[in-house]
Ligand binder design. Structure first.
Ligand SMILES: [Zn+2]
Length: 158
């Protein structure tokens, strides 16, 4: 006889500790959870990371919670390159006061390396610059070598 574990009460328990104030980045594809945390947090932030959590929407997901800091959504635009499906929630006194999709900027400035090995940005210390040429799916063009790339061809700089 199979015995299923009792999950009725466990499923109501939060998978990652709640924060009183700050920012929750949710619905991150599981495999880029740490990359998202590296991109958006500083060494001074108090950060809670959940990896490989169950999600009805995307199967397995990651969650990054930054305590005590409200992330500027525009500053999080680099997320569009690696986690376009993520959501950004601002939390005040344990309540969600704002929920945003990831905005797609016109330009990604100095957030990803150019995938063209011959590009000048890979040989000299120039900040990289990619112009968005298509939004769905996301495609960008390097300002310097003019090669076009799908978002998932690029590697983040941090
Ligand atoms: Zn380039």
């Amino acid at each position: 006889m199979n015995r299923e574990p009792i999950t009725t009460s466990a499923s109501r328990v939060r998978q990652v500790e709640a924060i009183a104030n700050g920012t929750v980045i949710d619905h991150i594809p599981a495999e880029v959870t740490l990359a998202v945390a590296r991109l958006l947090t500083t060494t001074d932030d108090q950060v809670f990371i959940g990896m490989n959590l169950r999600s009805t929407r995307i199967g397995r997901k990651g969650v990054v919670k930054i305590s005590g800091r409200e992330l500027d959504v525009q500053a999080a635009a680099a997320l569009a390159l690696i986690a376009p499906s993520a959501t950004i929630c601002i939390i005040r006194n344990y309540e969600v006061v704002g929920k945003n999709q990831i905005p797609i900027p016109e330009v990604f400035a100095d957030v990803a390396a150019c995938a063209n090995p011959n590009c000048v940005t890979n040989h000299e210390r120039w900040p990289t610059r990619f112009l968005v040429i298509d939004r769905n799916p996301l495609q960008v063009r390097c300002h310097y070598c003019e090669r076009a790339f799908a978002a998932d061809e690029l590697t983040l700089l941090r």
